[in-house]
Design a binder for this molecule. Structure first.
Ligand code: VGL
Ligand code: ZN
Length: 200
């Protein structure tokens, strides 16, 4: 059992990121039993949920002439355009079947129509906070273990922000899977490594 300063952050284990979902990550669903078991080892467990309004600006369908996996320039930088996914209240946004949801906190992100939020800490402008940092600090949490989906997007951005904020960060790559668009998996692993994230 880890002590109370060490939290488990379970990123975006939702139907749309599992096989059969709108933005399926290969083998995403296979992580559920091991993540459930890992929750027993932590006194603090936080789940995140990608939670977009219909017509969100990260959806290709919101941009004339664009297809999923195209990019567009947003005021905050380049944005990959995704298939419609994790629309608030839909089955696709629900947690993967069997995932334990007896967590301390369920943090939703990506709800602002004009900006995406891969990270559990900041939206994609790297400035607008989600509030998670304050939640963790006021609970005295200093170390984080991250698992979930997707390794090269939401896990990666969350881990990089957490490391930058001064948390000690471990990513369990065995309990995460990547979308792997255009080499994004290797790029994410090297970025996390460079940032001092422990990868195991
Ligand atoms: C994610 C792409 C778009 C993720 C969320 O959870 O990694 N990726 N929205
Ligand atoms: Zn999303």
């Amino acid at each position: 059992m880890h002590d109370a300063t060490h939290a488990l952050l379970v990123i975006d284990m939702q139907n749309d990121f599992c096989p059969g979902g709108a933005l399926a990550v290969p083998e995403g669903d296979t992580l559920v039993p091991s993540i459930n078991a890992l929750m027993d080892e932590f006194r603090a467990v936080i789940l995140t949920q990608d939670w977009h309004p219909a017509g969100h600006s990260s959806f290709a369908s919101s941009h004339a002439g664009k297809a999923p996996m195209d990019s567009t320039e947003m005021p905050y930088g380049t944005q990959i355009l995704w298939p419609d996914h994790c629309v608030q209240g839909t089955e696709g946004a629900a947690f993967a079947p069997g995932l334990r949801t007896d967590a301390d906190l369920i943090l939703r992100k990506g709800f602002n129509p004009g900006i995406d939020s891969y990270s559990a800490f900041f939206e994609n402008d790297h400035q607008t906070p989600t509030g998670l940092e304050g939640y963790l600090r006021t609970r005295g949490i200093q170390r984080l273990t991250l698992v979930g989906l997707a390794l090269d997007f939401c896990v990666n951005f969350s881990a990089l922000d957490a490391a930058r904020l001064g948390f000690a960060v471990t990513v369990r790559t065995d309990l995460s899977r990547a979308i792997d668009a255009n080499g994004s998996k290797e790029a994410a692993i090297s970025a996390m490594h460079k940032a001092g994230v422990e990868l195991r």
